[in-house]
Design a protein around this ligand. Sequence first.
Ligand SMILES: [Fe+2]
Length: 407
Amino acid sequence: MLEIYQHHVPTRIVSGEAGLLANCSPELESFRGTKAGLVTDQVILSLGLIDGFKSSLAAAGIELVSVFSDVPQDSDVETVTRAANQFQEAGCSLFIAMGGGSVIDTAKAANILVTHGGDLLDYQGAEVLTEPLLPLVVIPTTVGTGSEVTSVAVIADRVDHRKLTLVDHRLAPTVALLDPVVTRSLPPRLIAMTAMDALTHALEAYIDVAHNPFSDAFSVAAAATIRTSLPSALGDPESDVTQAARAKLQQASTMAGIAFGHSMVGVVHAIAHALGGVAGVPHGLANALMLVEGLKCNAEVASDRIANIGTLTGFVEQGAASGAASGAASGPDDDVTLSNATIRAVEVFRKQVLETAGLPLTLSEAGVTEVQIPWIVERASEDGSMIYNPKYVEPEELTQMIQSVFQ
Ligand SMILES: [Fe+2]
């Protein structure tokens, strides 16, 4: 069968130096005359990040008629339904999302309900939407989600303790505005968790079965930037070095989003979704805690891919394997050696990041209990991300992976 792949990023990405949000009316001209509904959260509102952006909206002739700021850390069906009802009553014809992944996914899912009606559970799965959505302008305020450029939204179903995954090309935002100024007020814990999410996107997208040369390019660029920028981004938020590092992470996060938006993610995300749904572990932390186990699991079948991205991103040096060092042709032994070295380097990196940010190093510290493990394994086994993992992972192995980082 012919191997064919395509690369399409429908979202217009506007990125650059700090100050973009207060000066982006030209980028919003195409929405002149619309009534906008803003999805955000209480923290973003209290930081005043919206203030400068309001002047851009006014200059572009966009009326902000409704603000929905009641979005929890992991948004749910009930929240999405309330946001949709509020925007429908206000007559919104443009969606704006300013926040992290939960806020952005709330806006995407509410857009479905406003344009299609019904119950959000009716729209889970892939490519089931039949109508165009309203335009969506996204301002990501973390450095991890990638949701500003993906066609995916993940929403919690509190009734059934699972995550709904909505996948449709119509969900891709219309415009993404990347202003580094929003990263300045992020606490190191949030920088660490969200950047580790982005690193997981980049590595899983590179390793999984749907990768292609175009997604590979974005994976490598994103992972290399996160490796070099994340440690500096955890420093004094007032320093120029920290702010420059955070700006780079913001762009790397979007690049990782482009990568996994095309080639998807794998077993690490499957477990992370389950850890979020069952035990409430923040998504980025869950990925950080499971990333090394996921690499070890996949090294059995994908050591060449792990070795490749390890060397291309600088986690290990070229020539670290004996064959490569002596100039001999590389082969499976070199791949295994370089893959192992990559996994060790990622493990050291992960530990350094979590410790510096004061984050848990085990699942039990993150609030997971032993009795939840079988439930987490069941949910992870059913997760759609598993389809793209290079290896079929038996429930027994999932249990071992979770237990090995439990304490
Ligand atoms: Fe993620």
